[in-house]
Design a protein around this ligand. Structure first.
Ligand SMILES: NC(=O)c1ccc[n+]([C@@H]2O[C@H](COP(=O)([O-])OP(=O)(O)OC[C@H]3O[C@@H](n4cnc5c(N)ncnc54)[C@H](OP(=O)(O)O)[C@@H]3O)[C@@H](O)[C@H]2O)c1
Length: 219
């Protein structure tokens, strides 16, 4: 697929690199300096290149939105018309200090994002995983049971694309349901971050959901 990266920081830089290594055509965009985008594209190899957000969006099968909540309006404006596009967003609706959600309970960042781009299909994914684990999970592919990653969205096409990207970087995609489920997954992302950065094991944390209770109980 052609994947446009809108926001090439910790998440966008690493995920874009992994997407490129998985064989996708990646365009890195939206950083404060062009050299960084060029370097990312060079290091990612494959069919990766650097561009401006409008280039990343045009012709993309899917866009990864990976900017701080305060930059959403700016990057969307720079990306131009996103009608018909699938936007996989890992952006969390956090305050500037990244300590609190600024939206929650009755809506979510993902749902508010969807209102800003009514013609696009928004999927919420990749936001409940610390960026530090991404390369390690990619390298462990096939050698260890894949950790889970929940995602949610309202339309099947976008969800299918998100699940393909998630699987391609070594996670087991867990369809959590419609986009409004982001009301629960976004706070969950803060729990994961608190455990990853506050726990004894440091940031090396990913999680697995075990299936139970769906079969007749043996107890
Ligand atoms: N980091 C994580 O582990 C993690 C995990 C889950 C979810 N998230 C969420 O994912 C989103 C992205 O997080 P992140 O950690 O990847 O953030 P980040 O490292 O700060 O990356 C944001 C990107 O936006 C760019 N940017 C910021 N201001 C800009 C401006 N004025 N003009 C052009 N580009 C600008 C940055 O440029 P520079 O590269 O030049 O700084 C960077 O490339 C956030 O919503 C965060 O809450 C993060």
């Amino acid at each position: 697929m052609r994947v446009g990266i809108l926001g090439s920081g910790l998440m966008g830089g690493k995920l874009g690199t992994l997407f490129a290594r998985a064989g996708h055509e990646v365009i890195f965009s939206y950083a404060r300096n062009k050299e960084k985008l060029n370097r990312l594209a060079h290091d990612a190899g494959g069919k990766a290149r650097a561009g401006i957000p409008r280039e990343a969006a045009s012709g993309a099968d899917v866009l990864l939105l990976a900017v701080h909540w305060s930059r959403i309006d700016d990057v969307l404006k720079q990306a131009g018309d996103l009608s018909g596009k699938v936007i996989v967003s890992c952006s969390l609706p956090l305050n500037i200090a990244n300590t609190e959600l600024v939206i929650g309970y009755t809506t979510s960042g993902a749902e508010e994002l969807a209102k800003k781009v009514p013609g696009a299909e928004v999927v919420s994914a990749f936001n409940n995983i610390p960026s530090e684990v991404l390369f390690g999970v990619g390298e462990a592919r096939g050698k260890a049971p894949p950790p889970s990653m929940v995602y949610c969205g309202d339309k099947q096409r976008g969800k299918h694309i998100a699940a393909t990207l998630i699987r391609g970087v070594g996670f087991n995609p867990i369809d959590a349901g419609p986009l409004r489920i982001a009301r629960y997954t976004e706070p969950f992302a803060l729990l994961v971050a608190a455990l990853a950065y506050g726990g004894k094991e440091g940031p090396e944390l990913a999680y697995r959901f075990e299936r139970f209770g769906k079969q007749e109980s043996k107890l």
